[in-house]
Design a binder for this molecule. Structure first.
Ligand code: ADP
Ligand code: ZN
Length: 436
């Protein structure tokens, strides 16, 4: 029978036991950080907390938060908890929201991270019979190295393609019979489009599953990719600060991502007050790394907004699940006072039969926000008359107004005129920042 878990005992451990394990690890980890990271010790002192106050996960709320600003303040070595001679790797964030931060890993940390990615690959049906094509970027970005390590652990034949050279990706995929594709969802969509342009249909390629993450993507986008590539598409989540991809991953149920709770302790807080919210509430995700050695962040605020759920899962895994983050709090645009997430626009576009190629342009003219969405016309509509195009633009703008509550100006642009993403897609151009 197909192997369903990578580390069965841990992945299906009864919840009470997981909590006990987390408590034991937390007590040790707080001591490790207090003793080795002066930056965090100072934050604890300011809050009047010592390691003696932390006896288990029920005391977690007593610890101070860490934010991306702390990481930037402490750059590069300020949060390091091990001597550099014991570290073997540095990775860095993509810098999506500002100055990059760096993270350090001991060999133990790399092993733990690779295990997390291996769990994700096995959950997507991966075994040592599979050829795993890793088309996330390699280098400082964690996507490539993380899935590469996981693929090795599972024993897949690993194809370290990195991103780019899309036609060659497809050539190798066919020649070397890749069965699992790992990349960002926007790159998966681009690979699907290129496949079609090259005259292939989904039946011509050997892929059966995809593991896509590192950026927000909607259910509509998932269905679109599953259709164009003829696969089952699984979500994977992570961030450099906590190691990289594999902090959580989807199982065959595709209803949220199991958080690897033996390594990462998750909380949901109110982003405005910092108050811990009960399970099932929507709020900001906060992680505590329970057994990382070199860069063990405690109560790190991710700025990702989601919901946690312990509802039993049909896959047998007991680890808590997080919903797809709808975008981070700082991806959210406030346009004329209304909150707008790019993912809402993606949903409308795919529901209305457009491709997921779009760009949002926001500006401020005469103290008022302008809101434009550029959308690629479908190739079969390209020859339509001006009046027909205007009518399409109007009807799309109306569909968006229904979803968002405000009216964008929609521009239909020529097919293939919006730049395709090989990594994380850039969906928003906010020119208002230039005026600030
Ligand atoms: P940066 O913050 O510079 O983009 P990272 O490459 O470490 O650096 O990206 C981590 C962030 O990417 C997460 O905090 C989250 O916002 C986003 N992310 C990662 N995986 C997913 C996913 N599956 N769905 C939505 N967002 C994701
Ligand atoms: Zn499951």
């Amino acid at each position: 029978m197909e192997k369903r878990y990578y580390q069965k005992e841990i992945e299906t451990m009864p919840v009470e036991e997981i909590k006990k394990l987390q408590s034991e690890k937390l007590v040790k980890q707080v001591k490790h950080v207090y003793e080795n990271v002066p930056y965090y010790r100072k934050l604890m002192e300011e809050k009047g907390v010592t390691p003696d106050d932390i006896k288990g996960i029920e005391d977690l709320h007593k610890l101070p938060f860490l934010t991306k600003n702390d990481l930037r303040d402490a750059y590069p070595y300020g949060l390091l908890a091990m001597p550099l001679k014991d570290c073997v790797r540095i990775q860095s964030t993509s810098g999506t929201t500002g100055k990059r931060v760096v993270a350090f890993y001991t060999q133990h940390d790399i092993d733990l991270w690779d295990d997390c990615c291996a769990r994700a690959i096995v959950a997507a049906g991966g075994t040592n019979e599979d050829v795993c094509q890793v088309s996330y970027g390699y280098g400082l970005f964690t996507g490539g190295p993380g899935l590469n390590g996981g693929s090795h652990k599972v024993g897949c034949l690993t194809l370290p393609m990195s991103s780019g050279f899309t036609e060659r990706q497809i050539q190798f995929m066919c020649d070397l019979k890749a069965t699992i594709l790992c990349c960002t969802p926007s790159y998966a969509a681009y690979i699907g489009e290129t496949l079609k342009d090259m005259g292939y249909s989904p039946e011509d390629i050997p892929l059966k599953a995809g593991i896509f993450g590192a950026e927000p993507w909607t259910e509509e986008m998932r269905r679109d990719i599953e259709k164009t590539l003829g696969i089952k598409a699984y979500d994977i989540y992570g961030l450099t600060e906590t190691s990289g991809p594999g902090v959580s991953f989807e199982c065959e149920e595709q209803t949220g991502m199991h958080i690897n709770e033996d390594h990462f302790l998750a909380e949901i807080i109110d982003p405005d007050t910092g108050e811990v919210l009960p399970e099932g509430s929507k709020g900001e995700l906060v992680f505590t790394a329970l057994d990382k050695e070199a860069f063990p962040l405690l109560r790190y605020r991710t700025r990702d907004i989601c919901v946690l759920s312990r509802k039993p899962c049909s896959c047998g895994r007991t680890h808590i699940k997080m919903s797809k983050p709808m975008g981070r709090s700082d991806d959210m645009l406030i346009i004329r006072g209304v909150n707008v997430f790019p993912s809402q626009i993606e949903t409308v576009l795919l529901n209305e039969g457009y491709t997921p190629n779009y760009q949002i342009v926001v500006d401020r003219v005469n103290n008022s926000d302008t809101f434009e969405v550029n959308v690629e016309m479908n190739p079969d509509k390209f020859d339509d008359t001006v009046s027909a195009v205007t009518a399409l633009e109007k009807s799309l703008a109306e569909a968006m107004k229904k979803m968002l509550g405000i009216n964008p100006k929609v521009h239909l642009v020529a097919p293939k005129s919006i730049v395709r993403s090989e990594g994380k897609a850039v969906r928003v151009i906010d020119k208002r920042k230039l005026h600030d």
